[in-house]
Design a binder for this molecule. Sequence first.
Ligand code: LLP
Length: 414
Amino acid sequence: MHHFDYRDGELFCEDVPVRVIAEEVGTPFYLYSHATLSHHFRVFDGAFAEIPHLTCFAVKACSNLAVLHLFGSLGGGADIVSGGELFRALKAGIPAERIVYSGVGKTEAEMKYAVKSGILSFNVESEEELLTLDRVAGECGGRAPVSLRVNPDVDPRTHAYISTGLAKNKFGISTGPALELYRRAAELANIEIAGVSCHIGSQLTEIEPFVEALGKLRIFIESLAADGIAVRYLDIGGGLGIRYGDEEPPPPAEYAAAVAAGLEGLDCTLILEPGRVLTGNAGILVTRVLYTKDGPEKKFIIVDAGMNDLARPSLYDAFHAIDPVSGKDRPRVKADVVGPICETGDFLARDQMVPESAGGDLLAVMSAGAYGFSMSSNYNSRPRAAEVMVEKDGFKVIRRRETFADLIRGEAVP
Ligand code: LLP
């Protein structure tokens, strides 16, 4: 469910015509719907109402302060993977005690910052990381709460680049060594065992891999208990997929019911780290057609957004529907929608049925609210796009378009 709909053939975001924003802000820009973001958070979080839980939004999916602030105000926490994300989450007003820190490569400086901030849990992914954290926490005069990230060796049946819970992936620790490491952690002076964590992958469209992972985690937690190690939290990560095209991911209620069944009898607070499911369909990328050209084999629609603005098609061969901003029922043609970047891999759509377009037309790249702006770059020295949020009949620029001066900020000629 989202609030991007047509009225008399014109695309609206809530009560604002997208074209009006494009005229004022210029293109390309990311556009988020406040009502959709709130609705997605409430539906997801509400699905777990019966279980003690905390929904920690995966900041990497969409890191704008306005988005983080909104989820924080609805009771959400944050799942962070860097010092920069911690900085953002705190700036957005998310209390440190609602922040969990994931990732295989935390630096000592990042650990220090997080220990001093008093976060809820470090999701630790290796023995060396654990020992470093113990030392750093000691140096800061504090104790670091830890949940080891267990790698349950489950196939999430998603794109290889975003599978994280297989034995061959760099993430987490297999159950055998993890058990050993918990025993060790229990003896470290500056480590406090908080929980167990896990994240098996992203854009999962089936429930079974989650259930399989949960079953393994349950057995794991029971063996910890048999060793006298009690955990307060079970963090099952994120990963619930969304509909980009014809996928049919399970709705949050179905996911929550499966999780509740898997947890039955365990005395833990559940932590969830959803990213994509909260923001993916709450945002679009709006771009203007510059030129069209008919190649000998293909039709190209050249737009002012490129792979630096939205990397997903280039990186994962991801599908994003492309819809017209004006003229809902315009005929469609099979074409490649490409950006201005000097790479053949620079496309937003390939051999896709897209609105027939001419220079000046506006196009909406749908479902771009997750891993869209947050993965954008300045490649080809392109200033990053603006981000805009609509709430009812008003809109606000929540990140201004970068300028040329922004491009060279911090550079120097020796
Ligand atoms: N927790 C951890 C530890 C993660 O690594 C991730 C995502 C999440 C939570 C959130 O997963 P989600 O609920 O959004 O599926 N750039 C890729 C996705 C990378 C996901 C990385 N980790 C894409 O555009 O598809």
